[in-house]
Each structure stands twice: as structure tokens, then as C-alpha cells.
Design a protein around this ligand. Structure first.
Ligand code: ATP
Length: 220
């Protein structure tokens, strides 16, 4: 039977991916070597199987080759995470996403062919730190090591001004991608649009430039 996704490792991270995919109506094959986890997820995943994912024959038997996207969410046991990823790349799985525990783990996963490496604790820590610095910094998405997209609330320093007044590109080297106003999102903001308190700007740029922009125009 063809399934859309497989999640290997049903800890807090893998478990929440599994739940969310299920809620979105996706077919999910859940795999864990722990029987208690399998019992916990048997009504959540389309199919929950107790298995050791480092064993290639077992994964083959489970039909993993028919699945388009496999998420490896084994955390503490780095060796099992790496071995599982090697098996999945050997099986030519179309898309393999793996949770990394630390930078060293991430480097190895990239080297052995994981298509996407996620680092949820580190990324969430960065997002929360930005939000702690200012309530006006709503969200933050890392695009590369030195470029990001941020979502910032228009506060006192930008209220009543237009994009021409602020000249964000010339002054800070960042680009305003869109402006959210209540329920509307304006993806091609005009230079003379007046910003109002509570509008949300979506800005793209280098981390250095975004940081300058935040210090000057966002942080109250
Ligand atoms: P989280 O922070 O998301 O809870 P974690 O970092 O604590 O995760 P672990 O508990 O180490 O992650 O692993 C998540 C799950 O992966 C566990 O339920 C564990 O049983 C399962 N797991 C570990 N190794 C294997 C393996 N070789 N095959 C299948 N499942 C595995």
C-alpha cells in the first residue's frame, strides 16, 4: 500500500510531525523500535510498526521504497540516526529529512546524503531569542547561514511613514517582500503606502542588515 510519509522515531518531535500530518489527512507510516510508542500511535498514524530502522531488510519489507518522503526523528541515538539515513539513501528514497542533534551530526547527515537536515531546538531557540529582544519581532526564518526573512510589527518608529520615507533598501540593504494588514497581504507594496501601527512587514536580507534595521526601526 502506498503511503505519503514515513516518520521514524516517535519522540516529541517525530510524534508531533506524525500527528500533524495525520490531521492534514496524509497517509503516515510510523516506525519505532519501542512497543509502547507503537501502541500510543496506532490510532494516530495510518500504520504503526515496531521495527529497528537501521535494518535495511526490515525497511524494505515495510515497503519504504514506495514512500516519497521519510522523516528520521531519532534524537539521542546519533549512531542509529546516521545508520538509518545511510540505509534510506542506499534505497534511493526521494526525500529524506533528518533531525540533527548538534552541528557535528548535521555535517555528517549532509555528507551522507540527507536531503534536508533540521535542527528544531537550535532554530526554535533563535526564534524565541529574537522575540524576547522585542515583542515587535514576530517571526524569523533562516534562509542560509547569513540570510533570513523576518516578520516585524510596525511600531512607533515606522507608524505614519511610507516605504519611500523609510527607504529601507538604501538605508539598511533589506527588501520589504510584503505587508500584512489585518487579513490582507500585499505582496507588491507600493512606495507610497502609509504604514499603520500593527501592520506587519516581511523583510528579507542579510542577518547583519536585518539586525541594523531592527535596532533602528523595530525595537522600541
Ligand atoms: P524528542 O526530543 O523529539 O523527544 P529525542 O531526542 O528524545 O526526541 P529519542 O528519544 O532519542 O529522541 O528518539 C526518538 C524515538 O526514536 C524513540 O521513541 C526511540 O525509541 C526511537 N528510536 C531510536 N532508535 C531507533 C531505531 N534504531 N529504530 C527505530 N526507532 C528508534
Amino acid at each position: 500500500m502506498k503511503r505519503d510519509y514515513a516518520v521514524i522515531g516517535l519522540g516529541r518531535f517525530g510524534g508531533s510531525i506524525c500527528q500533524e500530518l495525520n490531521q492534514e489527512g496524509m497517509q503516515v507510516l510510523a516506525i519505532d523500535k519501542d512497543e509502547d510508542k507503537i501502541n500510543e500511535f496506532k490510532n494516530i498514524a495510518s500504520h504503526a510498526v515496531m521495527a529497528d530502522s537501521t535494518d535495511e531488510a526490515t525497511l524494505r519489507e515495510l515497503g519504504i521504497k514506495n514512500i516519497d518522503h521519510v522523516i528520521v526523528a531519532i534524537g539521542d541515538n546519533i549512531q542509529a540516526s546516521i545508520l538509518t539515513t545511510v540505509v534510506l539513501t542506499d534505497l534511493n528514497i526521494k526525500k529524506i529529512t533528518v533531525k540533527a542533534q548538534n552541528d557535528y551530526h548535521e555535517k555528517i547527515l549532509n555528507r551522507i546524503g540527507a536531503h534536508q537536515v533540521v535542527h528544531p531546538e537550535r532554530d526554535m531557540g533563535k526564534r524565541i531569542a529574537r522575540n524576547i529582544i522585542s515583542n515587535n519581532i514576530l517571526d524569523y526564518l533562516e534562509l542560509s547561514d547569513d540570510h533570513s526573512i523576518v516578520e516585524v510589527k510596525v511600531g512607533e518608529r515606522m507608524r505614519g511613514k511610507t516605504l519611500v520615507d523609510l527607504d529601507i533598501r538604501a538605508n539598511y540593504g533589506c527588501n520589504v517582500v510584503a505587508i500584512k494588514q489585518e487579513k490582507d497581504i500585499n505582496v507588491s507594496p507600493a512606495a507610497d503606502d502609509v504604514l499603520e501601527e500593527g501592520d506587519i512587514l516581511i523583510i528579507i536580507g542579510s542577518d547583519k542588515d536585518i539586525s541594523r534595521f531592527e535596532k533602528n526601526l523595530v525595537i522600541d
